[in-house]
Every structure is written in structure tokens, then in C-alpha cells.
Write a protein that binds this ligand. Structure first.
Ligand code: RP5
Length: 168
């Protein structure tokens, strides 16, 4: 049995600034479920629950997490602040709000100072954030790597099938 798959302890933390971000962040959770990666989901707000943010980031590695996916919108300081208090890889998801088209969220997350990296995906790109976390795990786990190869082949088959349908 693949040790990653047999783990019931969460390996990836999916956190978001508000429950209102779930409409986007559920895509990350879905990908992790599809790849059978144990994960947890938590609302952690940089501004409304700052103590919880610090605790979450500082305890993440000792609790067994290997990566954190953090989504937030507007003044989106959650991913960057988490990256400041953990050395685990942090993947940032800019969540689009009703104003400013999500550009505010993107710019708040992407422009990190040198030394404190956040891997920022596209606006509302929670699916790719999930896949990136799976790839991080797959870098050292052959079974997860094989699943990712199968996923890529499947994508290729889907594109070719659509291509053929176009010509019918
Ligand atoms: C951010 O404020 C959250 O990440 C969310 O995207 C945004 C709005 O939060 P709510 O007012 O909907 O709780 O911190």
C-alpha cells in the first residue's frame, strides 16, 4: 500500500480566509480527494483570526503536513503570512471578489519579498493549486507520480477526442 494513501493524518492543509472562499477552494480539496491524498480544510483569517494563523503555520510541519494551500481574496495576506511562519511549501490561491476582478487578490499574494516564497496560481486557480500539491508529494512518491502520469495521459486523450469530434 502506498504510504501516502494509507495515511489518514492530513498531508496537505487547505486553508482559506473565509468560508465564502469555499466556492473556489473546494476545487483544491476535490483534486486531493481524487488523488486520495489525506487533507484537512480550515478557515484561517489573517486579519480576523491572527493568533490562529500563527499557530496553524507554526504547528503545521510538526503535525505532519507537507504543503499548505492557502486561498484568500481582497487584501489577501493569508498565504504570505503563513509562509512567514512555516518553511513548508505554501501555494497561494487568489480568490476573486466582486470588486477589482481578483487583481487585488493576485497582487497581494504574488509580490512576496525575496526569501519568503509563495507559489501563486492563477485567480481562482484552486484546481491547479491542488494539482501542484499532488506534484510536490509525487516528487518523492513513485505511486503518486504514476497517478500524475495517468492524469496527464487522460488529459491528452480528452483533447484528442475533442479534436476528432471537431472534424466530424
Ligand atoms: C478575505 O476577505 C477572505 O479570504 C475573503 O475572500 C474576503 C471576504 O470575506 P467575507 O467577508 O466573505 O467573510 O479575507
Amino acid at each position: 500500500m502506498n504510504p501516502l494513501h494509507s495515511s489518514t493524518a492530513p498531508l496537505v492543509g487547505v486553508v482559506m480566509g473565509s468560508d465564502s472562499d469555499w466556492r473556489v477552494m473546494s476545487d483544491a480539496s476535490q483534486v486531493l480527494t481524487d488523488f486520495s491524498v489525506a487533507h484537512e480544510v480550515e478557515v484561517v483569517s489573517a486579519h480576523r483570526t491572527p493568533d490562529k494563523l500563527l499557530r496553524y503555520g507554526r504547528e503545521a510541519r510538526a503535525r505532519g503536513l507537507r504543503a499548505i494551500i492557502a486561498g484568500a481574496g481582497g487584501a489577501a495576506h493569508l498565504p504570505g503570512m503563513l509562509a512567514s511562519v512555516t518553511t513548508l511549501p505554501v501555494i497561494g490561491v487568489p480568490v476573486q471578489l466582486a470588486t477589482l476582478d481578483g487583481l487585488d487578490s493576485l497582487l497581494s499574494i504574488v509580490q512576496m519579498p525575496a526569501g519568503i516564497p509563495v507559489a501563486t496560481v492563477s485567480i481562482n486557480g484552486a484546481k491547479n493549486a491542488g494539482l501542484l500539491a499532488v506534484r510536490l508529494l509525487g516528487a518523492t512518491d513513485h505511486a503518486v507520480g504514476a497517478q500524475l502520469d495517468e492524469y496527464a495521459s487522460d488529459l491528452e486523450r480528452q483533447v484528442e477526442a475533442k479534436n476528432l469530434r471537431l472534424k466530424e
